[in-house]
Ligand binder design. Structure first.
Ligand code: NG6
Ligand code: CA
Length: 517
């Protein structure tokens, strides 16, 4: 620029001021135009558990209203058949098998999301969102050897959440306390918490040794420390005043959710409402006990449904409903007996948690990862049903597009138009995962490589998908995966193996090829 020329310099100065102002007003406009975003994430809710997905033995009116009033996906998937990997993938937009740490974690595990890694809340924060997580975390906390009596970090607040109020791992794992922004809630410093997954603390009762103290009996695992009459995984001592009451947990988180919405209603907010139901131990509040004929497992699904109804009422009364995009899904498929004798098997009756699908939680068959998945935006998304393939991985890039962020991740396909019901084009292929094993879906085809290990987990009564030969299914002709057509379709099989290895690498190939006939 020739600043020797005074008029030219003034001109550029004016242009600069103008542009700055324009940018500012654009930013302000964008801020008010983007919707609030709420992801509601159930824990172990299967494909067949909602009325809108065909359930007949229990009623889920609030979730059905959203599912039927929005885009309901029949081919919506979690990334994994267990919790931690699915949550990792959802928040980071990255396949869980790329991170060796993304497997079911004990309550003392370190944080598995790198604090320099991109996440949905980080991406949204850059676009002016306030971000919060309320409910289950299960992605690890700290860097090893957490002192539960001090500030616990890194955790959700270090990977993008402005506000967090969480349970560290699962409802069945210690520590059984709420953690708000890195601090254990209601902790009395004179009664410090100690946690171990290796050995019990001297003199403390356990589920194994003190069955007389139990109000819920364990079936497998779950026989360490006893909290609130329920035996857990892991040992814990102290922190008496901070221990949660399981039957109040849903109300506790709902109140936090409602407070969060009210407090942040004037700015765009992103809320990850991470439900603990219907994971074990199933502990419905007394208001919901007996609300189904299915025992506690059915009752907590109805409880969760009621909580969502209350959240919708709050959005309505705060006049936020038409400016809030809601995404609902589940972290993995269903399991009936996951370690406690809670009548769930005895009272299951005609309820089919997995719907028509084969397998369940922990399984490479469809029920492991194909889950309820719908989007709702009052007045914006036209009600519809889509058979297009969508993974929870895709939420990252789709939300980025929605808020005009240029961030994308390699594994996350941008499917904003599908999510908003503007087209019906889903992803073409994906890897699914179940306890470190992976399979591949493309179009209507799914290929499961050979795996060692039991065909069935007898304790939870679920077929895992393991076999010593390749499996190939056409999901449109055979949604139940009963006819393995690998042998009669060698070309198709090879095509899928190649495509699978293209993404997954050949890491598993030696075992797999060995078994390939
Ligand atoms: C398993 C637990 C199961 C559940 C699961 C995690 C035993 C025998 N089983 O190890 O009860 O807690 O881990 O579930 O301990 S998830 O949904 O968080 O992945
Ligand atoms: Ca789960």
């Amino acid at each position: 620029m020739d600043l020797k020329h005074p008029y030219l310099a003034i001109y550029f100065f004016l242009v600069l001021i103008c542009c700055k102002d324009e940018n500012k007003s654009l930013e302000a406009k964008q801020k008010s135009n983007v919707p609030n975003i709420i992801i509601i994430y159930a824990d172990d809710l299967g494909y067949g558990e909602l009325g809108s997905y065909g359930a007949t033995e229990l009623k889920t009116p609030n979730l059905d209203k959203l599912a039927n009033g929005g885009m309901r996906f029949t081919n919506g998937y979690s990334s994994s058949a267990t919790c931690t990997p699915s949550r990792y993938a959802l928040l980071t937009g990255t396949y869980p098998w790329r991170n060796k740490g993304a497997k079911i974690l004990p309550g003392t595990a370190s944080l598995i999301i790198d604090t320099s890694q991109t996440t949905i809340p980080k991406m949204l924060k850059k676009k002016g969102y306030h971000t919060g997580i309320i409910g289950k975390w299960h992605l690890g906390l700290g860097n090893g050897n957490v002192d539960w009596n001090r500030h616990i970090s890194p955790g959700p607040n270090e990977v993008g959440f402005d506000y967090s109020n969480i349970l560290a791992a699962t409802q069945d794992r210690v520590p059984t306390v709420y953690i708000e922004n890195g601090y254990v809630v209601n902790l009395d410093p004179s009664d410090p918490i100690e946690v171990s997954y290796d050995k019990n603390f001297d003199g403390e009762p356990t589920g194994l040794n003190n069955p007389e103290l139990l109000k819920m009996k364990w079936h497998h695992g779950h026989n360490n420390s006893i909290v609130n009459g329920i035996p857990r995984i892991g040992f814990m001592r102290g922190g008496e005043s901070a221990k949660w009451i399981d039957e109040d947990m849903a109300d506790y988180f709902l109140i936090k959710v409602q407070d969060y919405v009210k407090k942040n209603k004037d700015e765009p907010f992103f809320l990850f409402y991470s439900l603990q139901q219907p994971h074990v131990p199933r502990t419905p509040n007394s208001r919901f006990v007996g609300s189904t004929t299915l025992g506690p497992r059915g009752d907590v699904i109805v409880e969760a449904d009621w909580m969502i109804g209350q959240l919708i009422e709050t959005l309505k009364s705060e006049k936020l409903l038409s400016n809030t995009l809601i995404i609902f899904s589940s972290d993995n498929g269903p399991v009936v007996n996951d370690g406690y004798n809670d009548d769930s098997e005895e009272k299951l009756g005609n309820h089919k948690p997995a719907g028509v699908l084969r397998g369940g939680k922990y399984s490479l068959f469809e029920a492991g990862t194909r889950v309820p998945f719908f989007t709702y935006w009052h007045g914006k998304i036209k009600p519809g049903i889509s058979d297009a393939m969508i993974s929870q991985l895709d939420i990252f890039s789709s939300l980025a597009k929605l808020v005009e962020s240029s961030e994308r991740t390699d594994d996350s396909v941008e499917l904003l138009d599908l999510i908003l019901g503007k087209n019906d084009i889903g992803r073409e292929e994906m890897i699914i995962e179940a306890t470190s094993r992976t399979a591949y879906r493309r179009g209507n085809w799914v290929m499961i490589p050979p795996y060692d290990g039991p065909k069935k987990n007898e304790l939870v009564d679920i077929e895992l998908g393991n076999n010593n030969y390749h499996q190939l299914y056409n999901l449109v002709e055979d949604i139940k995966q009963l006819n393995n057509i690998a042998e009669s379709n060698p070309k198709k099989l090879q095509e899928l193996i190649n495509a699978y290895e293209n993404i997954r690498g050949t890491e598993n190939r030696d075992i797999e090829q060995l078994e390939l006939k």
